[in-house]
Design a protein around this ligand. Sequence first.
Ligand SMILES: Cc1cc2nc3c(=O)[nH]c(=O)nc-3n(C[C@H](O)[C@H](O)[C@H](O)COP(=O)(O)OP(=O)(O)OC[C@H]3O[C@@H](n4cnc5c(N)ncnc54)[C@H](O)[C@@H]3O)c2cc1C
Length: 384
Amino acid sequence: MLGLIKYVDEVNLVHGATHTITDPTTDVVKSIEQRAYAAGLKLLRAQVRHLGTEQNLEILKSIAAYLADKIEMRFKTEVADLLSVKEGGGHRATGVVLKGGEELLADKVVVAPGRDGSAWLTEVLKKRRIKMQSNQVDIGVRVETSDVVMREINEHLYEGKFVFNTSVGTRVRTFCSNPSGHVVVENHSGIMAANGHAYKDPALGSANTNFALLVSHKFTEPFDKPNEYAREICERANDLSGGGVIVQKYGDILRGRRSTAARIKEGFLEPTLKEAVPGDLGLVLPYNTMKSLIEMVEALDKVTPGLASEHTLFYGVEAKFYSARPQLTDRLETEIAGLYCGGDGAGITRGLAQAGAAGVWIARAIADRLERAGGKEANAAALL
Ligand SMILES: Cc1cc2nc3c(=O)[nH]c(=O)nc-3n(C[C@H](O)[C@H](O)[C@H](O)COP(=O)(O)OP(=O)(O)OC[C@H]3O[C@@H](n4cnc5c(N)ncnc54)[C@H](O)[C@@H]3O)c2cc1C
């Protein structure tokens, strides 16, 4: 996997990615790791190459320009269904049908519809009796604090990835940290959830750092609807905030009272998500989820003093839906011969580099198979 990630990183570099990368082996990082350890937090040391929202767009444009005369790409073209035929005891992929009825025939089909398309993928695969696994969802908040509080981690790690086991048996992790970033609303097919991003250009930055705090929820039989569970929690926050996300000061959470516009204004932090509505996340999040978040913030405060301050903001709800995962071979081929699934939508990746790596892995598997079959013409439809 690491080899594939390195390959994806090299492609990004060729297409304009920054050469700056963090070094997680310095003495400062070792000291952060030791303080974390003492507070019951595990630091997952990783190299981070921060592309930034705007640089990522330029890289994708450059890759698209490079591919333009090599493959046919269609945008704003929805795939309605897959095409397959019965063969032997199973099925074989024969292409896809577009919304509107046009058929694209192919004997190798790669489907990577992302999180937004995961419900669609589940539906079309279930129709063909492909078993799907799904028992986990991560629910939490987007935390926003001052760059002042996060300075050491921002400078030396860019993103501090920590995990923590709580007293109520849950595991909490930090995720997707954005120094000088902005909290944003993410639209999950009509359900609004918190997220965050940061620009590469300091002139576009804020004075705040945001990151997700996520509590893993794993369910056992008979319950098999983790995403629906998380969606309902997000919907409750949407209802209470008039369709968006709630913002609450950490001090108000500890006091068990709602935040109001006046209380937020009294705080030291200016929320970067202006449309977030001051309210009470205690009305939204289950007790153990909230308790887990509070325990995590108190532990993190020992590594980044000031995080557990009155003024820190919680935006809720943030949720990471795990797409249902179809049964796949080690080459990411489904039980339908010639149908490959990759990326976040198939529940096998959770980030840009991993999703890219899955795509490369599938492309190599197909190239290898065509080469072994002696075929020169790759009749493959790739949905990216
Ligand atoms: C606000 C935000 C910030 C993020 N920040 C980071 C970060 O800092 N670092 C990081 O590593 N990751 C980050 N991510 C996650 C990252 O964007 C995803 O992990 C990655 O894009 C997954 O790639 P993918 O190819 O699997 O899916 P996607 O990039 O979602 O692409 C899937 C595509 O398929 C299309 N599609 C879906 N269904 C159909 C259909 N039926 N027919 C045709 N097309 C269809 C979709 O419209 C979409 O264009 C962030 C995500 C968000 C939303």
